[in-house]
Write a protein that binds this ligand. Structure first.
Ligand SMILES: [Zn+2]
Length: 283
């Protein structure tokens, strides 16, 4: 499932083809993804210009000149790819449409942006620009981990008295938005905190230390173009490569990367998901 760095990578990849560009035609090839598409979606998108592409948590938000905002969620297996050449310097053919190409944006600059989603857990919706924080999918989200409102004070007070394991607490989207399983495993390794430790039993200083580590891990992952496990691709079809930098995720039984640590990475299941950690480095 794409996490924040993967969605940010896709957003950045779409910008040259979409920002400031008119959608000459939108094809909507089915009535729904995870939920029904908004009414007359193709009609409401056709002819509009994309003024801005933003991201909130794992959602891409395209502000249109009709004062509507298109929300895009990649779900489990959604992929947005660009074909064609927005700068018009070369002649590229667009690939033939594929089975799971559910929504296609034909941009006025010649680019074609395709939303493909075999499992259809993705979503799209339209809302008045400026009302997105009240949208049911966004209303309860905590602060953006890379934004100014995500601070040590926020995290310390959000986790105060929480009797859940720190791993689950950090996956709680009310606490911080956009963090998923992979990056929480990596963050806890760098912080030296055992994933099963109860949040309430960790000192405020150690909780606070998670804030810069969360930012560091996410920024490194964005820099690497996200992590390509299973389906994820960047908008240009390239793979991300942060998976080569994982220190614990997916490394069960392999030696810990900490110099002089003789332990091997362990895996436990927490709330149905795998947690990877070093039993020596993480306490
Ligand atoms: Zn270790």
């Amino acid at each position: 499932m794409p996490e924040l760095p993967e969605v940010e990578t896709v957003r950045r990849g779409l910008e040259p083809s979409m920002t400031g560009v008119r959608i000459a035609r939108a094809d909507v090839n089915r009535p729904d993804l995870r939920w029904p598409f908004p009414e007359r979606m193709a009609e409401r998108l056709t002819g509009t210009t994309v003024e801005r592409l933003r991201r909130r948590s794992k959602y891409i938000l395209a502000d249109l000149d009709t004062k509507e905002t298109l929300l895009i969620h990649l779900g489990m297996s959604g992929r947005m790819t660009v074909s064609g050449d927005p700068l018009g310097q070369f002649v590229y053919d667009h690939p033939a449409q594929e089975k799971h190409d559910h929504v296609v944006f034909h941009m006025a600059n010649g680019a074609r942006v395709t939303f493909n989603d075999p499992r259809r857990f993705g979503a799209m919706d339209l809302m008045a620009t400026g009302t997105e924080e009240a949208h049911p999918l966004l209303a309860k989200l905590g602060p953006e981990p890379l934004g100014n409102t995500f601070s040590e004070d926020h995290l310390i007070s959000a986790l105060k008295g929480k009797n859940t394991p720190i791993k689950s607490a950090l996956l709680d989207q009310h606490v911080v938005a956009g963090l998923g399983n992979i990056y929480v495993c990596e963050v806890l390794f760098r912080a030296g905190i055992h994933p099963a430790r109860k949040a309430s039993k960790i000192s405020a200083a150690r909780i606070g230390s998670l804030v810069p580590i969360i930012r560091e891990v996410l920024l490194e992952a964005i820099e690497a173009g996200g992590s390509s496990l299973k389906d994820f691709r960047q908008a240009d079809g390239e793979l991300g490569y942060f998976q080569h930098n994982f220190r614990v995720y997916g490394r069960e039984g392999q030696p810990c990367v900490t110099p002089d640590c003789a332990s091997r990475i362990k895996r436990i299941t927490q709330s149905g998901r795998s947690s990877f950690f070093c039993p020596t480095c993480q306490r």
